[in-house]
Design a protein around this ligand. Sequence first.
Ligand code: UT7
Length: 334
Amino acid sequence: MTEEGKKFRAAITATAHFLPDKVITNADLERLVDTSDGWIRSRTGISERRFLPEDEPTSTMAIAVAQELLARREIDPDDIDLIIVATITPDMIFPATACLVQHAIGASGVWAYDLSAACSGFVFAVATGAQFIESGAHRRVMVIGADKMSSILDFEDRTTCVLFGDGAGGVLLERGEDEAGLIDFELYADGAAVECLHIKGGGSLYPPSHETVDQRMHYIRQEGRTVFRFAVEKMAEVSASLLERNGLTGADLKLFVPHQANKRIIDAAAQRMDLPPEKVMMNIDRYANTTAATIPIALAEAADQGRLERGDLVLMTGVGGGLTWGSTLFRWGD
Ligand code: UT7
């Protein structure tokens, strides 16, 4: 929607994040697969990640984030109009994990749905949620990114199991009172390269069977090099493009909050935008790739650290399965 077409601005009025207590270090993974702390650190920037207990689902983390958002904003669950959860690890195939969040926080008169765009999930969801605010349809939308990646990792596949972690983060979107809010977004999808990042089994194409389980088809598979090249290109391209079309450069940004898949991908994008390290949010060393949760966790940490002030420009960029990629540009509020 053009600036002129917007009735209202969709401002981020609260952030929250949740990380499980259990820390899994690279040394812990050395005991499971043929890998090394040195390889993981040098190729990805990851030192450790968090895993949720096996018997707890993704909704545990999403609910914690939802409750924290309500507490921080000091509002009632009934004040929410819509809950969107971006995830590729829903508790169940259906119903949506967002419905479980709605019930757990006791929000009535609200609607809720999941959005599946893998590592781009949060930027897709936040841009989607903002449309309901900008059009005037809703006053408050909760947008959460949550993934329990440990539930879909094959600990016999060293090329992927070392890359991911569990976590959740989210924001509250509300009608902005002033200039604060979503300025612009660019989002893309290209399904031509499905094979390079996916879970093949368990859906309607290959419903669960002894055979799909024997073939370990319910685990995430990734062609690392192909996705790496794609991510380096697209993260830099879409970030630079969104800035350019708004007449901005990296110098105008306060903070770049990229998807945390690989430190080398983030460094390449930051270099292309000429961003010094202090303008780039990086926490992949501690949490690894939490898929839809990396960006809202990083944003919430930045906000908690006091790195964002009224009027600051924040660019969030995701790249992931689909393939999907995209960027959102916000002006920070109070
Ligand atoms: O969030 C969704 C989007 N995902 C991404 O953005 C991830 C993109 N891809 C990547 O980040 C990188 O491609 C990886 C981190 C997955 C891999 O790094 P790489 O530098 O592309 O390594 P590679 O796949 O080219 O593998 C290099 C070597 C191989 O050995 P050979 O064939 O050279 O002998 C692998 O077998 O490293 C080996 N290797 C490992 N060694 C120790 C692969 N995984 C491991 C491991 N530990 N865990």
